[in-house]
Design a protein around this ligand. Structure first.
Ligand code: ZN
Ligand code: ZN
Length: 290
């Protein structure tokens, strides 16, 4: 299974999961053109020798025409659902959402909207999605995506780590986890008090420290951790990565921070040497250009 993070943060979220001919976009915070540009960039990086291969299986279609087979929406906030209706209308692909999300968001033609239960696994082609409700100020789910060989968890937009979440993501090859804000930066930053209160509330976003508490408790088996949905105003990648590095110290994992705009390609197969090398400061991975 190949994962391409197209965008992550309040400016838009979209992550592509691909395995054995099935390509599913989770969240539609960017339009088809940005998606195509990111996939072209990822494919070019692949040609230069990275692990990028997100267009495999679609050789008959150019990247400018590229669309996923389906879209799964995690929740009804604009940075996740923004252009879902456009994909529905123009590309006529199914949009999967919980009933609460479908009620709260405009997803386009209801004929192509597929409802899922926030606690029941569902399959799209080669991929199985296992949702779990998260505390947020919209009905939100964590997703574990499984292609039968590898598992990856996508966990963003949560005010706190709910009971059972650790067990839900335990053993996933890849964990994409929100690390939204640094408490001191938010506190000293320009946001109005009501917005600060919303962010730190139990239905807001996850701080670096809260993300670290989950990472420190993570059992073995996860070889790649990507920090997601970093605030551009209340966080810095180096702060989030340094905190997460401390939480993961001694664990056998690769650590990266997702940029606001990708592509960041994650392979769910363990990287060479990861099984032998516990994390240390020099192994920190920053997306080029950050
Ligand atoms: Zn969000
Ligand atoms: Zn949200």
């Amino acid at each position: 299974m190949q994962i391409t993070i197209i965008a992550s943060g309040s400016g838009g979220n979209a992550t592509l999961f691909a395995s054995r001919g099935t390509r599913v976009l989770v969240d539609a915070g960017v339009g088809p053109r940005v998606l195509a540009q990111c996939l072209a960039a990822a494919a070019m990086a692949g040609a230069r020798g990275s692990t990028s291969d997100c267009t495999s299986g679609s050789t008959s279609r150019s990247t400018s025409e590229w669309t996923p087979d389906a879209i799964v929406i995690t929740h009804a906030h604009a940075d996740h659902v923004g252009v879902a209706a456009r994909y529905n209308k123009k590309h006529k692909i199914p949009i999967y959402a919980s009933e609460a999300t479908a009620r709260a968001a405009h997803l386009g033609d209801p004929e192509r909207v597929r409802l899922f239960s926030p606690r029941e696994p569902f399959a799209i082609g080669a991929l199985t999605f296992s949702p779990r409700p998260l505390p947020h100020d919209a009905a939100q789910v964590a997703l574990v995506v499984d292609d039968g060989a590898r598992r990856a968890a996508l966990v963003t937009d949560l005010g706190e780590v709910p009971p059972g979440l650790l067990e839900h993501v335990a053993g996933c090859d890849v964990l994409m986890l929100e690390s939204n804000y640094d408490e001191d930066m938010l506190d000293a930053g320009p946001y109005p008090q009501h917005l600060k209160r919303r962010i730190v509330s139990a239905r807001g976003h996850l701080s670096n420290a809260q993300a670290c508490a989950l990472l420190a408790a993570l059992p073995g088996g996860t070889h790649t951790v990507a920090l997601m949905h970093l605030s551009e105003n209340n966080n810095r990648p180096d702060l989030a990565l340094a905190a997460a590095r401390d939480a993961l110290l001694g664990k056998r994992a690769r650590l990266l921070a997702a940029p606001p705009r990708g592509p960041l390609v994650l392979d769910t197969a363990p990287p060479p040497g990861a099984a032998r090398a516990p994390i240390a400061a020099r192994q920190l991975g920053l997306f080029p250009g950050m």
